[in-house]
Design a binder for this molecule. Structure first.
Ligand SMILES: [Zn+2]
Length: 243
């Protein structure tokens, strides 16, 4: 492990532009199991009578808003991942010029809350909510604490929309373009808590033409062999050693 840390420090020092991709492992290290994970999927189907692939969709938001918001509040808002040492460590790397952009698929704004500046929240965050009609913005607490099951816009009386990408929805095209651009600029790409075959990131990773591809995640994956360096541990145990 020490040798790998030394090597990674050298890579980062010599890297012109470093981009980090944060996958679901960054939530798991904070104790959050994604709703698509097998260990949670069964319990969800038992509890709601539908699987998360059906519940967490714009179809359910539009046609079954009670069920959508019950699910959203219980499974997404009530027990968010705990913040770990990863966020502040990435912020410190950014501050001393060793990390230039952080791209995350998580909706909890973990890098920015850790202090990172240049962040792309590819799937939006729980903190942005908007009335689809008048575009009025509502804080996360409005959704969380609404006395009604379905939080309504105070002016239009229609359900407020959490600005997160639901399953099956297209990712915001500006964010997609920015992500592609950042990755194509990168000299070093860090995959944190995600593997090369990631459903979210694999499409973007194709644009990486830099020198070092580094993977830090807790479980080995057969595609790890394509990386320049692999560290099998939670990012929260590794990133602070680099600052
Ligand atoms: Zn409105």
């Amino acid at each position: 492990m020490d040798d790998k840390i030394t090597l990674l420090r050298k890579m980062l020092s010599g890297s012109r532009y470093t981009v980090a991709l944060c996958g679901s492992g960054m939530m798991e290290e904070g104790g959050f199991i994604g709703v698509k994970k097998q260990e949670k999927a069964y319990a969800i189907e038992e509890k709601y009578g539908y699987c998360s692939d059906e519940l967490y969709t714009s179809a359910f938001y539009n046609t079954r808003p009670e069920l959508f918001f019950t699910f959203y509040r219980n499974e997404m808002l009530n027990f968010p991942p705990e913040l770990t040492a990863s966020g502040p460590a990435m912020a410190a790397l950014e501050k001393n010029g060793h990390l230039h952009c952080v791209i995350t698929s998580n909706i909890y704004d973990i890098p920015r809350r850790g202090g990172c500046q240049n962040v792309i929240n590819l799937h939006g965050t729980i903190y942005e909510n908007q009335c689809p009609r008048c575009k009025r913005q509502y804080p996360m607490e409005y959704i969380m604490n609404s006395k009604r099951t379905v939080p309504l816009c105070e002016k239009c009386n229609i359900p407020v929309r959490p600005l997160v990408s639901l399953f099956g929805e297209m990712v915001d095209s500006q964010r997609m373009t920015k992500t592609t651009l950042e990755i194509s600029k990168a000299d070093t790409l860090l995959l944190l808590g995600t593997a090369l075959d990631s459903e979210v990131f694999s499409h973007y990773i194709k644009y990486f033409t830099g020198r070092w591809l580094v993977i830090i995640h807790s479980k080995a994956h057969y595609m790890d062999v394509s990386a320049s360096l692999v560290i099998l541990d939670h990012p929260k145990n590794v990133l602070p050693l680099l600052t």
